[in-house]
Design a protein. Sequence first.
Length: 359
Amino acid sequence: MKFSLSLHMERFSPDKDMAEVKRNLLTLVRMADEGGFHTLWAPEHHTIEFMIAPNPFTLLTWWGDNTERVRLGTATIVAPYWNPLRLAGEAALCDHLTNGRLELGIARGAFQYEFDRLAGGLPQQQGGAYMRELVPAVKELWKGNYEHKGKIWSFPSSTSVPRPVQQPHPPIWIAARDPDTYDWAFKVGANIMATPLSSPMSEVINLANKFRKAMADNPGVPRPKFLMLRRACVYERDEDWEIPVKLSIDYGRSFENLFHNIGTVDYGFPEKVSYDTVVNRANYDPQVVREAMLFGTPDQVIEKLAAYEAAGVDEMVLAICFNTPFEMQKKTIELFVREVMPEFARRSKTTETPPAVPA
């Protein structure tokens, strides 16, 4: 199992200076690269201060100029906000500017608050149709001349300029929750990105079962990679668990506001809606959050990660940006690199098949 990070600039108060935000993020990026994380993932969000990422390709290009080895991914491009021609060209250019390190993650989108501003009020549940038309069109544009006449977009014969460094194209990832999306992603040759959000471990098993069913229903398709994202915080003292749990609950209340459009957003700062308005209120119980998230001492996190590995997860993405103090974010990376990653590297070596002994 590989380990990656989800990062973005974040402000939870107008008093937070953007220069400090940028400086802190770059510190985390460099630590991740030096520590051996596999991929850094950047989101796409608009008009929201706690997720400052209006164009993930800009972030990835910046990170690429300040790293050597780590791969760089979008988690995720929101399909209804993009034209296929624009996405093909910008993604390919990012692949060039990062020396062939791009991983392209695409989703239907989540926040109705954003859809009301960037997609003309389209219900976010309908974003899947955009994703299903967008991905094949982008792949064709990367090949060469391609004319498109679809339900959403139409354009005459065109070619992506530039074409990507990676051939036939950068790895494509699809954010999936429902079985039909899993099945479609398999059929178009994409990898799967999944998140159980704030749900307990049973949702991880549910998502893994959907992956296995799609694999069984597509026997001729090579197995794609399976990625899972969870909020994470690693600390040395067990009693520190209350800090990330409280911040995760507050973050979730803001998420519910934006997802369902049920609260206010003032100068880009979303209201933390009351527990009476959130869906699945049981998931906001502090003990449930403590157990569900990747919160804990290194030994506790290792034990939790073993369950994801057993479920078939190939890449575990740690989301460490949810208003946790900067020093706690750095400590999470330090402890993970020093104590968690070596344990899984050791386990990997012990499970490798030994070479055959010559007769």
